[in-house]
Ligand binder design. Structure first.
Ligand code: SF4
Ligand code: SF4
Length: 475
């Protein structure tokens, strides 16, 4: 179950994804409708477009700073509360698409990973296609404390999650579609299993499986998944595609992909948990860009002004200082509301708890000391770059030492290189630097008329994949 939030305004940052910011495609005073593209990738850039989830007038275009320090242009739209949609946002019918075109739709719908760093989904699909992966993995684990937005997406829209995963699996040429879920999530397991039963008849070339994981945090990071499923310890920079012949996507991202492929809906809303030890727990379907303050108003059990409002989960998130001007972005799965507890700060008491809980088997206290003393080389040799920023070590530390920030920022440089492999593994034609079509801007949906072309050629296309609803549909 989720509540719907209809905000009075949205603030749409042009950078909510891994890559360069989009460029505003509207100007102050313009009227925009639900689904309209308001930001386009700059010509030749690695980026994704941005769409409005409300109708109303553009009131401001200026730079904002997000809690994570990113400065980006943002388009503010004041709602007219009419929710006037683009005419083109309706279920697709009678179309045929090659796998490449399906990936193109996902690109033009502005979809990026909704569970992590916001890597453009089309780029990841293209890399998986280039690597000819066998397994298409869907991360339904959502192990962060209190967060349940992905689980609600599965409960409410299981068919969309499974259809999105099936279509994307076909588009990369995978032969198995595997859903990863915690053993304790019985309701979601049943929903997925039932949905697979309904859908598999139309995807006979795909094998389906549900793999159960222990309930613990963290679980869904790709290196942990590679270890758990394939027994492989990926080195830094090693990709799961190359080493395990698998690719991993978040389940909410799959839902968004199916909305784009089937219903012509770009990425403009998402489910967000508003939860923590100072809140009873809410899930809200909100237009992307909704100010956090409007979520808090809807969560009526949040009364204590001294609680900490955190952008992200309570272990790794960042405290929000200005909820009115901090928006939900494409990667915001949770807004945490936690009691402010002052942990007394003391020197390390060598209890060993941080090492015990580290999922990467590091010694956070040792690495922290090395970094404090400027011994970066030694910290790297100790494995500091393996840190996956899970926040567990800081959480358990009885001395109140913020180990994660120091270690994770040092490890961050390695992660940039790893993500950059998305750019390097594609041919020039395949890279995400194609020009976006002009009709994506203005009042026409980016997705409209995408399927123009020679249908007979597509029929014979070896990478066409059938949609389940109509036998002559391909995607
Ligand atoms: S934040 Fe890094 S060092 Fe700390 S427990 Fe997680 S992986 Fe280990
Ligand atoms: S948990 Fe804190 S006090 Fe215990 S060993 Fe680690 S850094 Fe030291």
């Amino acid at each position: 179950m989720f509540e719907r939030v209809y905000p009075t305004k949205i603030i749409l940052p042009m950078k909510m994804h891994y890559g360069v910011p989009a460029v505003p495609a509207v100007k102050e005073g313009d009227y925009v409708r639900v689904g309209q593209c308001v930001g386009v990738p700059e010509k030749g850039s690695f980026s994704v477009p941005v769409h409005s989830g409300i109708s109303g007038r553009v009131s401001d275009i200026s730079d904002i700073r997000l809690p994570n320090g990113i400065q980006t242009p943002a388009v503010t739209i004041v709602s007219d509360m009419k929710r006037t949609r683009l005419d083109s946002m309706k279920p697709r019918s009678g179309f045929k698409l090659s796998a490449s075109e399906a990936i193109g739709i996902i690109r033009d719908a502005g979809i990026c990973g909704m569970g992590g760093e916001g890597i453009p989904t089309a780029a990841k699909l293209k890399r998986a296609r280039t690597e000819t992966v066998k397994d298409f993995l869907v991360n339904c684990l959502q192990s962060e404390p209190y967060s349940t937005s992905d689980l609600v997406a599965i409960t409410e829209y299981p068919d969309y999650v499974v259809l999105g995963a099936s279509a994307c699996a076909r588009s990369v040429g995978a032969s198995r579609c595997i859903f990863l879920i915690s053993e304790n999530r019985k309701e979601q397991r049943i929903a997925l299993a039932n949905s697979i039963e309904r859908i598999k008849v139309d995807f006979k070339d795909l094998e389906y499986d549900i793999k159960l994981f222990r309930e613990r945090f963290p679980q869904g990071y790709y290196r942990l998944v590679a270890r758990a499923l394939y027994g492989k310890n990926l080195a830094l920079g090693e990709t799961i595609e190359k080493s395990c012949s698998a690719v991993l996507f978040n389940c909410s991202t799959m839902l968004a992909c199916w909305e784009a492929l089937s219903d012509n809906i770009p990425m403009m809303s998402r489910i967000v948990s508003v939860t923590g030890d100072a809140s009873g727990g809410h899930n809200m379907l909100v237009p992307i860009g909704t100010p956090v303050s409007e979520l808090l108003i809807n969560a009526q059990d949040i009364k204590n002004g001294s609680d900490r409002i955190v952008w992200g989960n309570c272990l790794t998130g960042i405290e929000i200082k200005d909820p009115e001007n901090t928006p939900v972005v494409k990667t915001t799965s949770v807004i945490s509301v936690v009691r402010r507890a002052e942990v007394p700060r003391t020197p390390c008491i060598h209890c060993g708890l941080c090492s015990e809980c580290c999922p990467m088997n590091l010694s956070p206290n040792t690495i922290y000391e090395m970094l404090n003393q400027g011994l970066k080389q030694k910290a790297a040799e100790e494995g500091a770059r393996e840190c996956i920023s899970c926040g567990s070590c800081s959480y358990v530390c009885p001395a109140g030492i913020n180990l994660t920030t120091a270690i994770a920022s040092f490890a961050g440089e390695g992660r940039v290189i790893e993500v950059n492999s998305l750019l390097d593994n594609s041919s020039a034609e395949e890279r995400m630097i194609e020009d976006f079509k002009a009709y994506y801007v203005g009042e026409t949906s980016l997705l409209e008329d995408y399927t123009d072309g020679d249908e007979d050629v597509r029929k014979k296309s070896p990478d066409s994949i059938m949609l389940p609803f109509e036998k002559d549909k391909e995607v």
